[in-house]
Ligand binder design. Structure first.
Ligand code: 8X3
Length: 251
């Protein structure tokens, strides 16, 4: 069995590459940072194939997939993990360039890789697409603006895949994690301000990348008649908040 994991150079993607190799899969590890993938290959051996690819560049995706060795061409499990959040400012203070980067990666990249591999899965009557959504896709919060909206796209795209794929044997799942620590996610979101990133997790026991990898592996290991449409995970220390109300006469 072959799994292709995007964003495999760190965080969830790296943890998933490790978990799937440990479970007996061969893993196509995709990322821009090839030197990190090469290190992973040195550690995990020939069950991991590093592939340099920028999911925001359709030509790079086509090239990377076309160049796969013949015995690596049949992808059984696609894990669309590559994605990022940039900023926590209110919408009027956000950078359009950062909004566009999130759309290009979290939406366009995910859709392009899926489009490239979907035909093969349908032709083979089997396959699994795991998309990495977020609680931000269905729980609005201040500063979530385009990031949350991109994850709402991931959620609904996954459901619509399900609508179109009934009868094909191809499965699709949206994994929607909440607070998850120990990855670059918040460091990237706070644009390298590591102190601000660390504050996000202060005093919490967040989810870990291994928790998400274990979830993905469990989903893939289920019998083929079971489709997990969506799974939302939060650490026990996290919950839902109340809605904001501005009352007249108050600040
Ligand atoms: C990451 C979880 O809570 O920062 O997608 O939106 S959160």
């Amino acid at each position: 069995m072959i799994a292709l994991v995007t964003g495999a150079s760190a965080g969830f993607g790296e943890a998933m590459a490790r978990r799937f190799v440990a479970g007996g899969y061969r893993v196509i590890a995709v990322a821009r940072r090839i030197e990190r993938l090469d290190k992973l290959r040195a550690e995990l051996g020939t069950a991991l194939l590093p592939v340099a690819m920028d999911v925001t560049n359709p030509a790079s995706i086509t090239q990377g997939l076309t160049d796969l060795p013949a015995d690596w061409q049949t992808v059984d499990v696609l894990i669309n993990n590559a994605g990022l959040a940039l900023g926590t400012e209110p919408a009027p203070h956000c950078s359009l360039a950062e909004w566009t980067t999130m759309i290009d990666t979290n939406i366009k990249g995910l859709v392009t890789v899926t489009h490239a591999l979907l035909h093969g899965m349908v032709a083979r009557n089997s396959g699994l697409i795991i998309n990495l959504g977020s609680i931000a896709g269905n729980t609005p919060y201040p500063g979530g603006n385009v990031y949350g909206a991109s994850k709402a796209f991931v959620e609904q795209f996954t459901r619509n895949l399900r609508a179109d794929l009934v009868g094909t044997g191809v499965r699709a799942t949206n994994i929607a994690p909440g607070l998850c620590g120990g990855t670059e996610f918040s460091n990237v979101r706070y644009r390298g301000d590591d102190a601000a990133a660390a504050k996000v997790y202060a005093g919490t026991v967040p989810l870990t990348a291994r928790d998400i990898a274990e979830t993905a592996y469990w989903i893939a290991a289920l019998p083929p008649h079971i489709n997990v449409n969506q799974i939302e995970l939060m650490p026990t220390c996290q919950g839902y908040g109340s809605l904001a109300i501005q009352r007249s006469g108050t600040a």
